[in-house]
Design a protein. Structure first.
Length: 102
């Protein structure tokens, strides 16, 4: 069965990437409670010290969209918004096979 994947990045205000990372780690904890979220990975790139990359795999695009409206997610975004300098959706993919475990 195909899954929906989105890959993007958040850019923090200068000097705020650790604070933004902490907010995003709260999001990761909440995503563990959603059966429709199969993978929610945070990463960094050495030459972009103010950026956080996010890789998500969902049951469907609708499941992803629904998650954006959850109160807990909205509250975290509201707290993080003042330190977010920008966002990019790099890719949307259809996942047809794979494995992820941590």
């Amino acid at each position: 069965m195909e899954k929906f994947c989105v890959y993007g990045k958040l850019m923090a205000q200068e000097g705020k990437v650790q604070e933004l990372t902490a907010y995003m780690q709260e999001v990761v904890k909440e995503m563990q409670n959603l059966d429709t979220c199969f993978c929610y990975i945070l990463g960094e790139k050495a030459d972009e010290p103010n950026s956080i990359y996010i890789y998500e795999v969902w049951e469907s695009e609708q499941a992803h969209n629904d998650s954006l409206n959850l109160e807990v997610f909205q509250n975290l975004i509201a707290k993080a918004r003042p330190i977010i300098a920008g966002m990019e959706n790099l890719h949307k993919l259809t996942i047809f096979d794979g494995k992820a475990s941590f």
